[in-house]
Structures are given as C-alpha cells and as structure tokens.
Design a protein around this ligand. Structure first.
Ligand SMILES: Nc1ncnc2c1ncn2[C@@H]1O[C@H](COP(=O)(O)OP(=O)(O)OP(=O)(O)O)[C@@H](O)[C@H]1O
Length: 229
C-alpha cells in the first residue's frame, strides 16, 4: 500500500428511521488515495457530503458501500471492517481528526485537553503538559486560559484548543473539518503553517477548507464531492 489512506467505491446513504425509513443518498462511488505529504481538499456545495465523507474516513459514519484502508503501524488496516478495538487503536496512533467544534469535557483545563492524546500514547504528565503549552502558545492562546476548562471560551479560542488537540500527537493521517472556520486572519495563517508542517513531516491530510485562500495555500489536490451524487 503506497498511499497512507485509500477509499474505493465509497457510498453513503442515510436511512431516516424516525421518518419511516426514508433514504437520503449523499454520495456514491467515491475513490481516493492520499500519500504522505499530500493534502487533499474536499470541495462541493453546502450539503454535498464533504463532512459525511470525512466522518466515514474517521469511522464515525459507517459507509453504505465500499472500503477504506489505512496504513496503520506499517500494515494495511481495513477500517470499514475493523473491530471497535482496532478503530480505537487506529485513532490513537494513526488517524487524527479536527472537527469544527470542540467536545468540551466539564472541569478539564485546556492544557489537559490538549495533552490528552499524548497521555493516551504513554507520554508522562509533565512532558505532555509542557508540549501542550507549546502548541497553545503557537496558536496564540493566552496563558491565562490554559488552566481553565474551555467551555466558556470564545468560538475561535475553542477551535484553537481543538486544533492543538488534533495535531499534537503527530498522527500520520489527518482529517480536518474546517479547521479555520472561526479564526481571524493571523490565526488562519498559523494554522496554514501547521498544516504545511504536517505535510512536510510526511502526513497525509484530507480537509474541508471553505476559505479559498486557506485551501489554495495548503491543498495539493481537490476532490469535488458533488460529482459523486
Ligand atoms: N447523521 C445524519 N443523518 C441524516 N442526514 C445527514 C446526517 N449527516 C448529514 N446528513 C445529510 O447529508 C447531507 C450532506 O451533509 P454534510 O454535512 O456531509 O454536507 P457538507 O458538504 O459537509 O455541507 P456544509 O458545507 O454545509 O458543511 C445533507 O443533506 C445532510 O442533511
């Protein structure tokens, strides 16, 4: 397997059980390959299925048809058929995901939220917190906020905590759902730089970037999801 992430013939149809089983087809027959150092941007109109495709690639949504393969610890893992334990391991070591919104954990300070992916990989608490601080500083999150839970943070502050949490572990594959949506121009530039650095270290990135400038700055290729309706 040359690519770090591959999908073949992926389709997604939602079945709305609360609506008498109405079928909502979103995309059909998506195939993609993303190699180390590439950044594939998903494009298409609102509602075309970009976030749903990204969620399938993370294993959050089950694909209706098709297969997803990852290079996980040097061997191919078929995510679409993986056991829950394998999906958890793949997310810990291989697949990073930055969603649009932070999943706030009550009472956990921002520094510990960001340090958590390193703690899960066996890094000691002191080192994990120190590295979390470096990421938060890089993302211009004021140090006065580090010891506070992010529940009351502004949208842009929460998003920066989310980005730091998603990137800190250096996952080989990164899935980014509008990582710059709530950010000002200066912080957008920081995130563009971080994505470029991830590609330069050999990460395979798939992302949704509504901001055209950001997309042009980071994407090495685009995939129009709308073409698969
Ligand atoms: N969990 C779900 N259950 C039912 N329908 C869903 C679900 N998630 C998404 N959809 C539907 O799938 C379609 C695609 O949604 P999706 O969020 O993937 O689009 P998108 O291209 O990311 O849109 P946007 O650019 O507005 O974020 C929409 O019609 C949406 O209503």
């Amino acid at each position: 397997m040359n690519a770090l992430l591959e999908a073949q013939g992926l389709s997604k149809t939602f079945t709305l059980h609360g609506r008498g089983g109405v079928q909502l087809p979103v995309f059909t027959g998506v195939s993609l390959q993303v190699a180390a150092g590439e950044c594939l941007a998903l494009t298409g109109r609102s509602g075309s299925g970009k976030s749903s495709l990204l969620r399938c690639l993370y294993g959050n949504y089950g694909a209706t048809q098709g297969e997803i393969d990852l290079l996980h610890r040097g061997r191919r893992l078929r995510l679409t058929q993986a056991a829950p334990r394998e999906v958890i391991e793949a997310r810990r070591d291989t697949l990073g995901y930055v969603s649009q919104f932070l999943r706030v954990i009550p009472r956990v300070p921002a520094l510990d939220v960001v340090a958590q992916p390193l703690r899960q990989r066996g890094v000691g608490p002191g080192e994990a917190r120190a590295r979390a601080g470096e990421w938060l500083a890089r993302l211009n999150l004021g140090e006065r906020l580090w010891q506070l839970p992010p529940a009351t943070f502004s949208g842009g502050e929460q998003q920066r905590v989310n980005i730091a949490h998603g990137l800190i572990a250096g996952h080989p594959i990164l899935l980014l759902d509008e990582p710059t949506a709530s950010l000002d121009a200066a912080n957008r530039r920081v995130v563009v730089q971080l994505i470029r650095e991830a590609c330069a270290r050999g990460a395979a990135v798939v992302g949704i970037f509504h901001d055209e400038e950001v997309r042009e700055a980071v994407a090495t290729r685009c995939l129009d999801v709308e073409a698969f309706r």
